[in-house]
Design a protein around this ligand. Structure first.
Ligand code: GLN
Length: 232
């Protein structure tokens, strides 16, 4: 890397409430799997960065307009996004899932969404999936900017269901959120670090190289296990 690249501080956009990938702790600091992975990779590769918790759709827009250099936000690698962004190698497997209130025994399948209201989060693959089945199953949607408010709308009964990433919804429920998951997740989703198309190629390369190194030296597993427990 050139001296200029070494001095550069990369601005990285992220989500605001997306535990265990990024969330604010009691001290007001951001922590989570994405936060720790980025930090470990930056240390391994020797680059400087500044994390900007903007919210998911705001971070997407910031990346598209080059206001940030990269994005790590439990962001799914999709063919549509690959037209606008360049992604790293996948670093975590995910999938969209439906969640309903813990006390709701009426919704056990997508068919039961007929005439109901579904909460979705702007710009996400969960929102895209809900919209792709909306006509078939006949429901209304309420849109939210962040996951916490989306869950809240289901908890209060204003919405009947929400669509969210499985690892995030399962973690929230385990942490005490009064929702449940009545169906299997939609498979085939993977998280990647993203840069704007054909921008910051050196940053993307460092991310990929660092990811290989932290997988090899055990840091990756330590980070995952510190949030999700050793399930292997
Ligand atoms: N994985 C989902 C997506 O990429 C949700 C990400 C998020 O809400 N932070 O759209």
């Amino acid at each position: 890397a050139s001296a200029q690249e070494i001095d550069k501080t990369y601005i990285i956009g992220t989500d605001i409430t997306f535990a265990p990938f990024e969330y604010k702790d009691a001290e007001g600091d951001y922590k989570g799997i994405d936060v720790d992975l980025l930090d470990a990779i930056a240390k391994d590769q020797g680059f400087n960065y500044e994390l900007r918790p903007l919210g998911f759709s705001a971070a997407l827009q910031a990346l598209e307009t080059n206001q940030v250099d990269g994005m790590i936000a439990g962001m799914s690698i999709t063919p549509e996004r690959q037209e606008s962004f360049d992604f790293s190698e996948p670093y975590f497997e995910s999938g969209v899932v439906m969640a309903v209130s813990k006390s709701n025994d009426d919704i056990t399948s997508y068919e039961d969404l007929e005439g109901k209201t579904v909460a979705i989060k702007v710009g996400t693959t969960g929102a895209a999936f809900a919209q792709s089945i909306q006509e078939e199953y006949g429901f209304e949607v309420n849109t939210f900017e962040d996951s916490a408010n989306m869950y809240e709308d289901v908890q209060t009964g204003n919405s009947d269901a929400a669509f969210e990433d499985y690892p995030v919804m399962a973690y929230a429920i385990q942490s005490g959120l009064e929702l449940k998951i009545p169906t299997d997740p939609e498979p085939g989703d993977n998280y990647g670090f993203a840069v704007n198309k054909e921008q910051n190629a050196e940053l993307l390369e460092m991310f990929n190289n660092g990811l290989i190194n932290i997988r090899a030296n055990g840091t990756y597993d330590d980070i995952i296990n510190s949030y999700l427990g050793d399930t292997t």
